[in-house]
Design a protein around this ligand. Sequence first.
Ligand SMILES: [Zn+2]
Length: 375
Amino acid sequence: MWHRVIGQQRVKNILLSALRTNRLPHAYLFAGNEGVGKDAMALELARVLHCEKKNEEACGECASCLKLNTLQHPDVKFITALPLGKSEKSDDPPMEKLAAADVESVQEQYRLKGENPYHRIAIARANIIKINSIRDVRRESAMSSLYGGKKVFIISNADEMGDEASNTLLKTLEEPPGDTLLILTTSRPETLLQTIISRCQLVRFDPLTEGDIRAALIEREQVEDSKATLVARLANGSYVRALELLKDDVDGLRQDVVNFVRTTLTGNAVAISEQVEQLASSKDREFVVRFLTLMLIWFRDAFVLLQGGSIINLDQQEDLKRFTAKFPDANLNDVMNAVEQSISLIYKNGYIPLTLLQLTVRLRRAILEHSLQRI
Ligand SMILES: [Zn+2]
C-alpha cells in the first residue's frame, strides 16, 4: 500500500481509515525525526486525494498524478523556506523578487522533490518560510479548486515559519476555509506555537527500521546487499540520512576505522593523540558518531565471526580473522560497551577529544590486558 512511502504502516493505517470514513481533519501535524518520510507521506496523501482513478492507491499515470510527480499540481501547494529577494517586502509574492538563479534553483529543487519525495530540499539562503507564502495559503484556500476535490497545502518543516507567518497560519487554522487540507511537517514540534499544535491533528512518525531502509536502498538505489546493510545501520532510522551516506565515502571511512584501532594498539602515545586530534578536528559530532558506529559494527563483526555467525563487513573478513587470531583473549564485550558509551557521550555533548582519548585507553585495556597477563 502506498509503496512510494517506506515503512510507516501504522501511520498509513491511520490516514487510510480517515479517508475511508471521510473524516480527514482540516489540518494534520506530521511530527517525527528528520528523514522518516513525513513529506513523502503528505505528498502521497495528496496524490491519493487527487488521483483521477479515485482509488485508495494513486495510479501514478493519470494527469493529476503526473502533475504531482513534478510538484506542479494547481490544487496541491508544497510550501518551504525560500531565500529573500533584493529589497523584498513582506507583501511581495514569495518568488517575485528573487534573482533568476534563485528561481532556477527553487524550481530544480521542487523537481527533485517531486521525483523523489525523500529528497532533502537544499536552497541557498533559504532559512525562513515567508509570511507571504502563508498568506497565499489563506488567499488560495478561499478559492475553489481547479479540478474539484480538496485543496492541499503542505508546509514542509513548518518550524521554519517566523512569528508573523505563524500568526497568519493560526488565523487560517482558526477559521478553516471550505474543502482544504493543511499538512504541517516538522522534526521539531516543540518549537511550534502551542495554539497551532492544538488546532492540528497530531500524527507521530516512527523512525524507520533498518530492514525497511535496507530494502529501500536495494530496490530504489540498486545498492548491493552488504553496503545496504551497513548504510541502513548507520542511518539511524532516517532514509534521507541513508541517501546522504551513499554519497559519503563509507569504504574510506571503514579503512580509517581499522587504522584507528591499529594505531591505538601500538601504544605509541604521540601517534594516538595525533589521530584523536585529527578525528576531533572535524568538530562534526555526527561525523564522529558515524565513525564510531562503523567501529562498533567492526568489533561486533569480530565477535560474530568467533561465534560462526554472518558478518556485515564481508570484504574485511580477512582483517577480522587476523585480529581475532592475534588477540584471542580480547574482551569484545568490554570493547563494544566502550564504543557504545563513547557514542552516547558524544551525542550528549561530551568533549570530543577527551571522549576519544578515553576510548583508546579502554580499547587497549579490553583488547590487550589479558594477553599481556599471559606473558
Ligand atoms: Zn492517478
